[in-house]
Design a protein. Sequence first.
Lengths: 80, 80
Amino acid sequence: MIQARVTVTLKNGVLDPQGKAIEGALGTLGFDGVGQVRQGKVFDIEMDGADKESARKKLSDMCEKLLANTVIEDYAVDIL
Amino acid sequence: MIQARVTVTLKNGVLDPQGKAIEGALGTLGFDGVGQVRQGKVFDIEMDGADKESARKKLSDMCEKLLANTVIEDYAVDIL
């Protein structure tokens, strides 16, 4: 059993209104010194088998096909 | 300038319909050997200053107050 974490984040330059809203809310709550905030997604995925390299390849494939919109998002695959 | 990543994930035992939907979609796309999928959120936050310990404390505070619902979610703070 392989436990993996896939992190999907917006590419630089892509507008992130949700991140901007969080920036504003943190300011309202009195947190100062907060710069840019960007929000992304994380997927914790369990996979059968023990071959980490084949799992990594499969997970990249999942990102390309379903988990990320590669026009505006980057993804990173970590095997834990 | 400190760059931090906050990861917010559902606690074990909390239902995750979005994760279940992704599990189903991966199956439909022909990915076999996929076990449980859980979705979470990630926040990339820039903070002024250079004191990592005080930044970590401030970020935990932000999680408690805004970024995470600690009834159903866990959070992790990483200073990059």
